[in-house]
Design a protein around this ligand. Structure first.
Ligand SMILES: [Zn+2]
Length: 338
């Protein structure tokens, strides 16, 4: 998916000018001053740029932070992509000031990136909304914007996936923290998960539970590390069911939906290996086809949410199961809050 999170970005906003305090006599030092800890800084919190009623997931739903996909196959995804219903409204995540509005893609002159700056307790943040069309007239550079205000609509894109033409609306949402720098591109980008309001966390959890996206079998968290190497292997350990005790899935690079796999028994012996092809945008559940090095192919369904995976496979040569009946469940290490 071309989410548009890459490329250059304007410089950090300047801190607001500091108004000097009125001159007061310096206090006389006390006999043994005890350092007083600074009061806790006000924290930057965000809502999501999407409302519950505007969310759909037939083209992924959410692409998480850090995942390696399409145009972020090398450096990892620097934000969250949200899929909207066609016509869905993009909303400001926090109070701030419109920093820039631009249409950086020559071939899509109506698809804007809007950047909003935020100063909280002397720290500079920026929220980025990439892929907005019909930007509202009130959204102009230097305008104040309130949390929840409509910026525009999620731009509609169309592309061929496999043999099907897919039309969908999506934005790339990014949070830049100018006290942080790392990575190859979008070096101030941090996981939006760090700043969620309680309401945003509740909504995000709902959206996330239904999301299915490329790379999920090896990068299943809403915040994944950007700095990784391929091939990437993730080990899933069975909690329930009849399939193999251990399944390892290995992704060769940051853009493929084709994996290799190994199934291991409880003693660690390999009992089957081969290739696995996933179709992450199939619904109601993404599909996985296993082609072992010997024996017939098996068609299945998977459903991953954070460190949990449900997996159901048909018998060799049989048709694909239609739902999770007698499925096996697996867990992997790590957590969504990493
Ligand atoms: Zn993106």
């Amino acid at each position: 998916m071309a989410c548009g999170g890459g490329g250059s970005s304007p410089a950090a906003p300047s801190p607001a000018a500091t108004i000097p305090a009125a001159t007061t006599p310096a206090p006389t030092p006390g006999p043994s001053p005890t350092p007083t800890p600074a009061p806790p800084a006000a924290t930057f919190t965000i809502d999501l740029p999407i409302s519950a009623g505007d969310a759909v997931n037939d083209f992924g739903g959410v692409n998480p932070f850090g995942v390696h996909l399409a145009d972020h196959g090398v450096d990892g995804h620097p934000g969250w992509d949200f899929q909207y219903r066609i016509g869905g409204l993009v909303r400001a995540a926090a109070d701030g000031t419109v920093q820039s509005i631009a249409a950086p893609e020559a071939q899509r002159p109506n698809r804007f990136v809007v950047q909003v700056s935020h100063q909280v307790s002397g720290r500079n943040y920026r929220t980025v909304y990439f892929g907005v069309e019909n930007v509202r007239s009130a959204i102009v550079v230097n305008a104040s914007i309130s949390r929840g205000a409509v910026i525009g609509e999620a731009a509609v894109l169309s592309q061929v996936i496999g043999t099907a033409q897919r039309t969908y609306a999506t934005i790339h949402f990014q949070v830049d923290d100018f006290s942080y720098s790392g990575g190859l591109t979008n070096q101030n980008a941090v996981s939006p998960a760090l700043f969620l309001s309680a309401g945003a966390l509740a909504l995000f959890t709902t959206l996330w539970n239904d999301a299915a996206y490329s790379g999920e079998p090896t990068e299943p968290f809403w915040s994944n590390p950007r700095d990784v190497t391929f091939p990437m292997t993730r080990r899933w350990t069975r909690q329930r069911g009849d399939l193999a005790e251990i399944i390892e899935l290995t992704r060769p690079n940051g853009t493929s939906n084709d994996y290799s796999y190994r199934m291991l028994d409880a003693a660690g012996a390999v009992i089957e290996s081969g290739t696995a092809q996933t179709a992450p945008f199939e619904r109601p559940f993404p599909t996985i086809d296993l082609s072992p090095t010997s024996g017939g192919s098996r068609r299945g369904l998977y459903d991953i949410v954070n460190n949990s995976m449900r997996l159901v496979l048909g018998a060799a040569g049989a048709s694909r199961p239609t739902g999770f009946t007698n499925e096996s469940s697996y867990t992997t290490t790590g957590s969504a809050s990493m």
